[in-house]
Design a protein around this ligand. Structure first.
Ligand code: BES
Ligand code: MN
Ligand code: MN
Length: 456
C-alpha cells in the first residue's frame, strides 16, 4: 500500500488515538496531576512500540519521566531524532472553555482540547508518520524518539538526561514539530525562537496588613510601589530601561529586516481577531519584528491585597509579580536575569524590602536556511503544500533546543504545523484536522529527502 492510501485508510484511528492521549490531563506544572503525567508517558511508550519501534521505555528523572524509543534499520543510514513533549499547560480558567479541556471534540474541522496543538497533536503526528513509513516499507532513516514531560515547566531534567545518554542519542538531526506556520495556504518554517528569562518578585511593606484609612498615606503600599517599579521598566517608546539590557542584541541588517517583513501579515485582521484598538510595542519596529526579533519584558501575573468579593479596605503587606523577558540571539538568559535583579533592587524605595527569585530560563535559537535539514524540510513542504515555505521567526521559546546543540552537538530542525491562532496555552486551544493530517503526510517526505540529500 502506498502512504497516501495508508493515511486515508487509517485517518479515523489516528484521530481516535490522539483523542485518547488528549483525555489524559498531563499538566506538568501541577503536582496533583503527576500520576496523569506518568500515564501519558506510558501511553506514548506503548504507541511507539505498536508503531514499530524495536524498543521504547519510560525513563525516570528527578521530575517527570522521559519517553525514549528507537528503530535502527541500518547503521549506515542517517538517523533522525524526533523531540516533542507530552506535557501540557494548566487548563485554568476552565469555565472559559466551550467544552471541557480534557474531553476532546471536533468542531468546524478543528480538534479542541488542551494540548491539541501544543504539543500532543504535533508530537503524535510523528508517531503516526513513523507507523505509516514502517508499515508501507518507506522508512528511509533510523529513527529515535525523545518525548519529554517537562517542556512546559522548563525542561529541568532533560539536559542532564542528554548529558548522561550522549551515545544513545547520536543523530544527524533533531526534528521538532512544536512551532507554527503563517497560514494553511502560506506554509512557513520558524528559523528562530526567542530565549527566556523568568523571575518572580516580591515587595514587602509593613509587616502585616493594615487598615487603609488608619495607616493609608503614611506607610508604603507595596502594590502601589510594585506598580510604579514595573511601570518604570519601559520608557515612552516602550524600550526597556534596564541598563545594559540591549548590549548583546544583534541588530538585523536592512536586508534581513526587509526579508522578514515580506512575510504576509494583515495587521487589521490581527487587531480584529484580538479585539484590540491598536497594536502596541517598541517604537520603530513592525509587529513581525516585535515578536520575532526584539526582546520584551512582560508581567505574567500580579497579585496581593484583597481580590475577593465586594470591598475590603486594606493596605496590604505584600505584593508579588511574575515577570518574563523574551530574549533574542546573542542575549544570555543568565546575564539578563542578573541585570534585572540588580536593577529591580536598585529602583526600590528604601521604605520596602524587595526579593527577586529566578525561575527557569533558556537561550534563543537561530537556525540556518542553507543547511541540509532546512532544504529537506523545504522540499517536503513543497511536495505536500505545493508551495515553498517562507522562513519566519517565532516569538515563543523552546529552551531545550539551544541545549541540544550544546550538550549533544546536534542541530535542530523546527518543522511545525500549528497556527498562531490555535490558542495554545489559552482556553479553547485547538488544532486543525487539516494540520494534523498534513503533518502526518509531510513528515515522511522529510525523512525521504533527508536520506536522499545525505547520500549526495
Ligand atoms: N511550543 C511552545 C513554543 C512555541 C510556540 C514556539 C509557538 C513557537 C511558536 C512551547 O511549548 C512553549 O510554550 N514554550 C514556553 C517556554 C517554556 C519554558 C514554558 C513559552 O514559549 O512560553
Ligand atoms: Mn510546545
Ligand atoms: Mn507550550
Amino acid at each position: 500500500m502506498d502512504m497516501n492510501s495508508y493515511l486515508e485508510a487509517n485517518k479515523q484511528r489516528f484521530l481516535d488515538e490522539l483523542f485518547d492521549l488528549l483525555r489524559i490531563p498531563s499538566i506538568s506544572a501541577d503536582t496533583r496531576f503527576a500520576g496523569d503525567v506518568r500515564k501519558a508517558a506510558e501511553f506514548v511508550k506503548s504507541k511507539l512500540l505498536e508503531a514499530g519501534c524495536d524498543m521504547a521505555m519510560v525513563e525516570e528523572t528527578p521530575g517527570h519521566p522521559i519517553v525514549y524509543g528507537e528503530k535502527i534499520i541500518d547503521p549506515a543510514l542517517p538517523t533522525i531524532l524526533v523531540y516533542g513533549h507530552y506535557d501540557v499547560q494548566p487548563s485554568v480558567p476552565d469555565n472559559l472553555w466551550t467544552t471541557p479541556p480534557f474531553e476532546p471534540q471536533v468542531r468546524d474541522g478543528k480538534i479542541y482540547a488542551r494540548g491539541a496543538c501544543d504539543d500532543k497533536g504535533q508530537m503524535y503526528m510523528h508517531v503516526k508518520a513513523f507507523e505509516m513509513m514502517q508499515q508501507t516499507g518507506n522508512l528511509s532513516c533510523n529513527t529515535k524518539f525523545m518525548i519529554e514531560g517537562e517542556e512546559e515547566v522548563g525542561s529541568a531534567s532533560l539536559s542532564a538526561y542528554c548529558r548522561a545518554n550522549k551515545e544513545r542519542l547520536t543523530a544527524d538531526v533533531i526534528l521538532v514539530s512544536d512551532t507554527s506556520m503563517i497560514a494553511n495556504d502560506i506554509p512557513s518554517i520558524d528559523v528562530g525562537l526567542r530565549g527566556l528569562a523568568y523571575l518572580e518578585v516580591k515587595v514587602t511593606g509593613p509587616n502585616r496588613d493594615l487598615h487603609s484609612g488608619v495607616y493609608g498615606g503614611a506607610v508604603p503600599n507595596p502594590i502601589n510601589v510594585l506598580c510604579s517599579m514595573i511601570a518604570s521598566l519601559h520608557d515612552e517608546n516602550r524600550h526597556i530601561t534596564i541598563p545594559g539590557f540591549y548590549d548583546d542584541v544583534l541588530e538585523l541588517s536592512a536586508e534581513d529586516r526587509a526579508a522578514l517583513n515580506m512575510a504576509p501579515f494583515d495587521v487589521e485582521a490581527y487587531k480584529r481577531d484580538l479585539e484590540i484598538g491598536d497594536v502596541y510595542g517598541e517604537k520603530g519596529y513592525t509587529s513581525l519584528e516585535r515578536t520575532g526579533t526584539r526582546p520584551t519584558l512582560d508581567v505574567n501575573g500580579i497579585w496581593g491585597g484583597y481580590t475577593g468579593e465586594g470591598s475590603k479596605t486594606v493596605l496590604p503587606s505584600v505584593a508579588q509579580a511574575k515577570i518574563s523577558m523574551r530574549l533574542v540571539p546573542n542575549q544570555s538568559s543568565e546575564k539578563i536575569a542578573e541585570i534585572f535583579e540588580r536593577h529591580f533592587k536598585s529602583i526600590a524605595p528604601s521604605s520596602v524590602k524587595v526579593e527577586v527569585h529566578p525561575h527557569h530560563g533558556g537561550e534563543p535559537v537561530l537556525t540556518p536556511t542553507d543547511s541540509v535539514p532546512y532544504k529537506a524540510a523545504a522540499a517536503a513542504i513543497r511536495k505536500t503544500y505545493g508551495k515553498d515555505p517562507i522562513p519566519t521567526r517565532g516569538g515563543g521559546s523552546i529552551p531545550i533546543i539551544a541545549l541540544f546543540e550544546k550538550e549533544l552537538g546536534i542541530k535542530t530542525m523546527l518543522m511545525g504545523f500549528g497556527l498562531d491562532s490555535d490558542d495554545i496555552h489559552s482556553p479553547d486551544e485547538h488544532y486543525g484536522l487539516f494540520n494534523y493530517y498534513k503533518g502526518i503526510e509531510t513528515i515522511p517526505w522529510f525523512f525521504h529527502y533527508f536520506a536522499e540529500m545525505n547520500k549526495a
